[in-house]
Every structure is written in structure tokens, then in C-alpha cells.
Design a protein around this ligand. Structure first.
Ligand code: NIG
Ligand code: FE
Length: 412
């Protein structure tokens, strides 16, 4: 048992507590504790409140004193990334600037297939080094939990390699990496047979091995032109569900189908939604599926944003992910992307911050983080300001100067 300590005082403690999981949120609903303090023990929050009062109540605890103005909030959670890859797709980006579409580039030898070729030839050590660098970058920017997909090897051996790399980096770094098997990203070019044949092999060969080795309990599938159809995905996801996997879906990026299937199969989340229509929005609002919007993909492709305002007004939850990947979303700055989405979509600060904290946790099925509350993980970040509104106002250029993971300082 570690000794408890008090961290503070913070000019403002933004707890993100008592905000509904679904629907619109006003900034007046944000719980802000002035001159706040947090008591932490064994990586968890034990008590939260006014700093002076906490010091008075619990006398002789160690104090981790904050000497400057600082706003603290829960560590951010990125619920959708593909950061385990090798190579660069700068060439694809140049082609997009010259007017080629994502699909055209994929069909002419670029796209996901190009990253698959490079990631297959990279060694596990090389991939570990690249993932370590990206995950550390995210952590120092205040993201204390990161979902990471496989999906750039697309054969049994290679997908296991990626999931093992994710597991190893998770063990080495203080950040939590939540692994998702995305073997159903596209059918690889060297696979001889139909998409259905490919998915059957994933179900019979890869997924049992992933389960057995405890590498991931989540699967994702990309439903789109050039990827998988809704019908193929239904069979695949049902099989994965029967094996015990939680489900996520890449849906409604360019083509319909993902949202209705995610609702039908009670997926945890459906991600992208740039072209989601009113009927699907209604379905989502009536379901427990959490929409994850990915403004980084809109910025990387030069496409419209997902209709975040409409989703929230219809009563949906809304999480925001970076989609950090070499193709559609190479930037990887979650806070900047959330701020940009917020100003274009007219999301309140409360909605934006909820989307990268506890609503993002819910999208991953995690109930132990995303809120500063007794009993939850002491994953916290501190911004060098006395007013929480500066965080989004600075559109991502104000970075956290302090980061705590399970109560331990990892930056600051
Ligand atoms: O979420 N759209 C499908 N998958 C990724 C992109 C992967 C890539 O282009 O490498 C996405 O945008
Ligand atoms: Fe993605």
C-alpha cells in the first residue's frame, strides 16, 4: 500500500462529473471546484474537494504542491487510433492535394495496401520503437489512455505481431494502450479468394489465437467501398461476438451501412460518420452505441466533418478520436482536432471536453476513468492557466504542462 498524498491547489478542478452520457450539454453543467485538491492513493482518487479543507481534514499527508495557476481535468482518452504502422504516405497526401480521392489513390497502389506492405516487412523491434514514440507523444500531450488498432499486416502471423507489439509497449510505458484487432481493415492484395473467405480465416485462425494469448478483446471492421460490405460485416461481427469480442465499426465514412449494423449488433461504438443521415442518427439516439467522430480524418482528407451538433441535438452521445494513421489522419493532435471540430460544429466546451474524457471512456467500455471522482483512476492533466475556457480557446496550442498517470507525474 503506497502512502496517500494530496495534489494541489489547482485554480480550477474540472471534474467532468455528473454530465449525462448522451445528448447536448451546457457549460453551466460543468462541475468546477475552485482552489481544488485531490487525494490520491495506490493510483486512484480517494477524495476530491477544496484544497485547504482537504489539508485541514487529513493533517499529515504528503503534499504535491502546485505553485502556479493550473486547471486540472481528467486525462484525455483517444478512443480510435491506428498508430502501429511503418512507412509514410506523404505521396498519397501529395496526390490528394492534386485532386485524387482516397479511393482512387488506394486503387492505384497507395492507400492502406501500401502501409500493409511496409508494416509487414518491419520487425517487431522497429514497430515497437515507432509505437513507443507516437504513444509517448500522445501521453505528453495529455492523452493517458489510447485505443490502438492492428490492421496493417492482414495475415495471421502479422496481426499477432502487431498486437504483441501493442501489448509490449503497453507494458513498458505508463500510458494505457487498449488494443483492437482490425484484421478486417481490407482484404489484402495477396489473398486468393473472396472477402468472405478472408474473413472466415480471420475468424477460424486469428481470433481464437488473439483470445488465447489475451492480446485483445475488441474487433473492428471497415465497412466501405473498397473494404467490406454490410452483409460480410454482419457475419464476421456475429462470429466475433460469439467468441466473446466487443465490437466497433468503421461506418458511414463514405458509404452507408455501418451505423445500422452497429445498432443491430449492439457494438460499443460506430466511428467516422462523416456522411451519416437523419434516419441513422435517430437509430443511434435510440441505442447504446456511442458515435465516435474523427475530425482528424476530415482534416487529412479535406472532407466535411461528421455532423456532431446534429448528433448531440438528436440525443446521441458523442466521443472524439484522432484516428491517427498514416493515410487519412496523419496529424495525431486530438486536442487541436477537437477544438477545430467544436468551432465548426458549434459544440459547447462541455460537449467537446466530455467527448475526449468520459464519453470516450464509455465508447471503449471503460468505467474506471474519464472523470475525477472518488474510486476512479488518478489520471489527470494540468494546463498552465486559471480558466478552463483557455484550453479550447487556444485551439490545441495550449498543451498540458503536467500529466499524472495513476497518480504519478509523467510530465511536469
Ligand atoms: O479510419 N478508413 C479506414 N481506415 C482508416 C484509414 C487507414 C489508412 O488510410 O491507413 C481510417 O480513416
Ligand atoms: Fe480509423
Amino acid at each position: 500500500m503506497l502512502k496517500a498524498k494530496i495534489i494541489g491547489p489547482f485554480s480550477q478542478l474540472l471534474t467532468m462529473d455528473n454530465i449525462p452520457l448522451k445528448g447536448s450539454v451546457n457549460d453551466t453543467q460543468l462541475e468546477i471546484i475552485l482552489n481544488g485538491g485531490v487525494i490520491v492513493c495506490d493510483g486512484k482518487i480517494v477524495k476530491i474537494g477544496n484544497f485547504d479543507q482537504l489539508c485541514f481534514e487529513v493533517g499529515d499527508l504528503d503534499i504535491e504542491r502546485i505553485e502556479k495557476d493550473m486547471v486540472a481535468m481528467p486525462g484525455m482518452i483517444d478512443p480510435h487510433t491506428h498508430i502501429c504502422w511503418a512507412g509514410s504516405r506523404a505521396k498519397d497526401y501529395a496526390l490528394r492535394l492534386a485532386g485524387k480521392s482516397y479511393l482512387e489513390i488506394a486503387q492505384s497502389g497507395g492507400g492502406i495496401g501500401d502501409t500493409v506492405a511496409k508494416t509487414r516487412t518491419a520487425s517487431a523491434n522497429e514497430l515497437e520503437a515507432m509505437l513507443t514514440q507516437r504513444a509517448t507523444n500522445h501521453l505528453l500531450n495529455g492523452i493517458t489512455t489510447i485505443e490502438v488498432k492492428s490492421g496493417y499486416c492482414l495475415n495471421t502471423e502479422g496481426e499477432i505481431k502487431l498486437l504483441e507489439v501493442i501489448r509490449n509497449v503497453n507494458q513498458k510505458l505508463p500510458v494505457d494502450l487498449i488494443a483492437t484487432c482490425l484484421a478486417a481493415h481490407i482484404k489484402p492484395v495477396d489473398f486468393i479468394g473472396s472477402s468472405t473467405d478472408y474473413l472466415k480465416i480471420v475468424v477460424s485462425e486469428l481470433l481464437p489465437e488473439v483470445m488465447k494469448r489475451n492480446l485483445s478483446n475488441r474487433v473492428d471492421i471497415y465497412i466501405d467501398n473498397g473494404a467490406f460490405t454490410k452483409g460480410e460485416a454482419r457475419i464476421y461481427l456475429n462470429n466475433a461476438k460469439n467468441l466473446g469480442f466487443d465490437l466497433a465499426v468503421h461506418g458511414e465514412q463514405f458509404q452507408a451501412g455501418g451505423v445500422s449494423l452497429a445498432c443491430e449488433l449492439s457494438a460499443l461504438s460506430v466511428d467516422h460518420l462523416e456522411m451519416v443521415q437523419d434516419q441513422e442518427i435517430k437509430m443511434l439516439a435510440a441505442s447504446k452505441v456511442i458515435p465516435i467522430v474523427l475530425p482528424g480524418a476530415s482534416l487529412g482528407l479535406g472532407c466535411q466533418f461528421a455532423p456532431a451538433r446534429k448528433l448531440l441535438d438528436a440525443g446521441c452521445s458523442l466521443a472524439v478520436g484522432s484516428d491517427w494513421n498514416p493515410g487519412s489522419a496523419p496529424m495525431g493532435d486530438l486536442l487541436l482536432q477537437t477544438a477545430i471540430l467544436g468551432i465548426f460544429e458549434k459544440m459547447t466546451m462541455a460537449e467537446s471536453l466530455a467527448g475526449i474524457t468520459f464519453r470516450a471512456a464509455a465508447a471503449l467500455g471503460l468505467t474506471d476513468r474519464g472523470i475525477l471522482r472518488n474510486g476512479l483512476l488518478a489520471d489527470m492533466i494540468g494546463f498552465p492557466t486559471s480558466d478552463y475556457r483557455e484550453i479550447l480557446y487556444n485551439q490545441g496550442s495550449l498543451k498540458p504542462s503536467m500529466v499524472w498517470k495513476r497518480g504519478e507525474i509523467v510530465k511536469g
